[in-house]
Design a protein around this ligand. Structure first.
Ligand code: HEM
Length: 159
């Protein structure tokens, strides 16, 4: 299911637009700052700039405005931030499960279709970030379009 399917809302629209998506990322990074496993990735805390940029990334991925591509260097810039971090499997899992908790914290739609789509993206994105962050990573795709995620096999049900 593509994001531009006529008559099907984007995940961005379903989430309620940028304000709730920013609330989700604030909830996430507030947890990260207190987290023994993830906090050390962000010495001194997660900056306003980082929160705003990652919000732009997420809005674009979920089918909203392409601001990250237009203003923040797109995929290549995001990738550059992850190279060399050496993310472990345990840290990736912690990151992904904390994102799921933050969706609840922020009161994003809790329907199974929306959550399955978003968590699918989180699983995909964190596995890619972990792979690309290894100091000896091979097969790293250096540039690509920012992904545009859709509903996958379970769009909103119209009975
Ligand atoms: C779905 C998965 C992920 C997404 C969508 C994502 C998104 C991003 C983006 C867009 C940036 C660049 C921000 C900017 O332009 O200023 C970034 C940077 C960063 N990310 Fe991720 N990321 C993901 C996974 C991870 C994981 C698993 C970790 C570590 C466990 C991580 C740690 C970092 C760090 C440390 C930075 C650099 C922060 C800085 O130097 O300001 N990310 N991430």
């Amino acid at each position: 299911m593509g994001v531009d399917e006529p008559g099907v809302p984007t995940l961005y629209d379903w989430a309620g637009g940028r304000t709730p998506i920013r609330r989700f990322l604030d909830a996430f990074y507030d947890r990260v700052e207190q987290d023994a496993e993830l906090g050390p990735f962000f010495p001194g805390g997660v900056s306003e700039e980082h929160r705003a940029h990652v919000t732009d990334w997420w809005c674009e991925v979920l089918g909203g405005p392409a601001t990250y591509t237009a203003e923040h260097g797109g995929y290549a810039h995001m990738l550059a931030h992850h190279r060399g971090l050496g993310i472990t499997a345990a840290q990736r899992h912690r990151f992904a499960s904390t994102m799921s908790l933050a969706l609840d914290d922020a009161g994003l739609p809790a329907d199974p279709e929306f959550r399955a789509a978003v968590v699918g993206y989180v699983e995909w994105g964190t596995r890619l970030a972990m792979h690309n962050s290894q100091p000896d990573a091979a097969d790293v795709v250096g540039d690509a379009p920012v992904p545009r995620w859709g509903w996958g096999v379970a769009p909103p049900y119209e009975g």
